[in-house]
Design a protein around this ligand. Structure first.
Ligand code: NAD
Length: 437
C-alpha cells in the first residue's frame, strides 16, 4: 500500500514516518527544497525524540522517501494526506492558501483513484473546498478520474509525537464514502491493535472535533491559571487545589497545571480560528474569548512579579532565563511564553541571558542578538539579579545550590511550580511561583 504525505513539518514528517514504520510505502513531499534535501541526508528539520532514528531506518529500507515532485509522490498512491500549515490569517481565521494550493497540485497530477485526506487543522467546509478545487483541475484536463475526500485531524503532541502517533488514544475520521472508509481502515487498523477506537463520523464533525479538542485543552489551562491568580489574592495554594479537584474522576488529574500560559503552534491559532468561525456564523464563543484573554494576561505574569519585586526598576538588571521552547521536549518556539517575557524585560531596559537544551537555534532565529545565549544554565545565572524558570525541562528539576550562589541577587521566579518553596527559601532565596503562598 502506498500513500503520499504532503507537507513535511511536525505533523507530516512524524505521521508519514509512523505509517512507513507500519509497512506502508510513504512518499513525503514538501515545497521546501532544502528541507527535502536535508531529510535525504538524514538531517531532521525539527527536534522530536525518537524521530531521527525512525526516519533513518525506514528511509534505508525504502519504505520512506522524500520528494518535491507531486506527480511522483502521488503516483499509485491510494491515499494522499494534506498536512501543510494553516496559520492564522490577519482576522484570526485559518489561512487555507497552502491547503488549497496543494489541492490544485493534486488535481493537476492525479492519475488514479485515491482518497485525499485533510490532516491539517482546518475549519468546517475545508474538505468540500478541497473536493471542489481538485474537481476543477481534473475538469480542466478533460479527463475523468474519481477520488474521495476525508478529514482526519491529527492529535499528536510535540515532544511525544512518535508515541502519540503509534499509539493514539483515538483516530477521528470524517468520511462520506465506503470506498474511502476501506482504505482508512486498512491504513489505521495497525495503529489500534491496542483496542483504541477509530471514530468515524461525517466530515464537518471531524473538522470541528479537532478545534473542540484544542479549545477544551486551552480552556483547562486558562481555567487553572485564573484560579491560581485568585489563589495568590486569598492566600490559597493552587497545588493543593489541583490535587483536590484532579482526584474527582469527572475532572481528572491531567492538563490542570498552572503556568505561564499556553503557546505553541496549535492552541493559540486554533482557539482564534474557532472563535472566528463561530463569529462568522453569528455565534459568540464567550468562554473561548475569555480563555484567550486569560492566556494573554498569563504570559505576562512572571514579568509583573519581577516588576513588583524590583519596585518597578528593571533597568540594567541582568536576568537569566531557563527554558525557551513553548514546552519541554521540543524546539518549537512558536507563541512561546518566553518570548513575551523577554520582550517585556528588554522593553524595561533589562539584559537577558537564556539557556534551553534544544531550542537555542530556533530562539536565535526569532530573537537574533537581542539577548545573549549560553549552553549552560549555570553560566546564565552568574551575576544575575534573578532567574526565571519558564519551560520545565527535567534537567532543571534539581537545583545546584552551591553554583546558584554565583547569582548577584538570590531571586527565583518559577513559572511552572517545579520547586519546593520551603526548600528554596531555606537556602536564602526569594522565591516566586504561580498561585502558591
Ligand atoms: P509545519 O509548519 O511544521 O509544517 C508545514 C509544512 O508544509 C512545511 O514544511 C511547509 O514547507 C510545507 N508546505 C507548505 N506549503 C506546501 C505546499 N504547497 N506543498 C507542500 N508542502 C507545503 O506545520 P505543522 O506543525 O506540521 O502543522 C501542520 C498542520 O497540522 C497545521 O494545520 C496544524 O495546525 C496541524 N497540527 C499541528 C500539530 C503540531 O503539534 N504541530 C498537531 C496537530 C495538528
Amino acid at each position: 500500500m502506498k500513500i503520499s504525505m504532503i507537507g513535511t513539518g511536525y505533523v507530516g514528517l512524524v505521521s508519514g514516518t509512523c505509517f512507513s514504520e507500519m509497512g506502508v510505502i510513504t512518499s513525503c513531499l514538501d515545497i521546501d527544497e532544502k528541507k527535502i534535501a536535508d531529510l535525504k541526508n538524514g538531517i531532521m528539520p525539527i527536534w522530536e525524540p525518537g524521530l531521527e532514528e525512525m526516519v533513518r531506518r525506514n528511509y534505508e529500507k525504502s519504505r520512506l522517501s522524500f520528494t518535491t515532485n507531486m506527480a511522483e509522490s502521488i503516483e499509485d498512491a491510494q491515499a494522499c494526506f494534506i498536512a501543510v500549515g494553516t496559520p492564522p490569517d490577519e482576522d484570526g481565521s485559518a489561512d487555507l492558501q497552502y491547503v488549497l494550493s496543494v489541492a490544485r497540485e493534486i488535481g493537476k497530477n492525479i492519475k488514479n483513484y485515491m482518497v485525499v485526506i485533510t490532516k491539517s487543522t482546518v475549519p468546517i467546509g475545508t474538505a468540500e473546498k478541497v473536493r471542489l478545487t481538485i474537481s476543477e483541475e481534473i475538469k480542466k484536463r478533460n479527463v475523468n478520474i474519481e477520488f474521495d475526500v476525508a478529514s482526519n485531524p491529527e492529535f499528536l503532541k510535540e515532544g511525544d509525537a512518535i508515541e502519540d502517533c503509534l499509539h493514539p488514544d483515538r483516530i477521528v475520521v470524517g468520511i462520506d464514502s465506503d470506498r474511502a472508509k476501506d482504505i482508512m481502515d486498512r491504513l489505521y487498523k495497525p495503529f489500534v491493535l491496542n483496542g483504541h477506537p477509530i471514530i468515524y463520523m461525517d466530515i464537518p464533525s471531524a473538522e470541528l472535533t479537532k478545534y473542540a479538542a484544542n479549545a477544551m485543552l486551552a480552556t483547562k489551562i486558562s481555567f487553572m491559571n485564573d484560579i491560581a491568580n485568585f489563589c495568590e489574592k486569598v492566600g490559597a495554594d493552587i497545588n493543593s487545589i489541583r490535587r483536590g479537584i484532579g482526584s474527582d474522576r469527572r475532572i481528572g488529574p491531567y492538563f490542570i497545571y498552572p503556568g505561564t500560559g499556553y503557546g505553541g503552534s496549535c492552541f493559540p491559532k486554533d482557539v482564534k480560528a474557532i472563535i472566528r468561525t463561530a463569529d462568522e456564523n453569528n455565534y459568540s464563543l464567550e468562554i473561548l474569548k475569555a480563555v484567550e484573554d486569560v492566556n494573554d494576561r498569563q504570559k505576562e505574569t512572571l514579568y509583573h512579579k519581577a516588576v513588583k519585586h524590583f519596585d518597578g526598576n528593571l533597568k540594567s538588571k541582568k536576568f537569566a532565563i531557563w527554558g525557551l521552547s513553548f514546552k519541554p521536549n521540543t524546539d518549537d518556539m512558536r507563541e512561546a511564553p518566553s518570548l513575551v517575557l523577554i520582550d517585556k524585560l528588554l522593553a524595561a531596559g533589562a539584559e537577558v541571558i537564556a539557556y534551553d537544551p534544544v531550542a537555542i537555534h530556533e530562539a536565535k532565529r526569532k530573537l537574533g542578538d537581542k539577548i545573549l545565549f549560553t549552553d549552560d544554565p549555570y553560566k546564565a545565572i552568574e551575576g544575575a539579579d534573578a532567574m526565571f524558570l519558564v519551560t520545565e525541562w527535567t534537567e532543571f528539576r534539581v537545583l545546584n545550590y552551591p553554583v546558584l550562589e554565583k547569582m548577584k541577587d538570590k531571586v527565583i521566579f518559577d513559572g511552572r511550580n517545579i520547586y519546593d518553596p520551603e526548600e528554596v527559601r531555606s537556602k536564602g532565596f526569594k522565591y516566586y511561583s504561580i498561585g502558591r503562598k
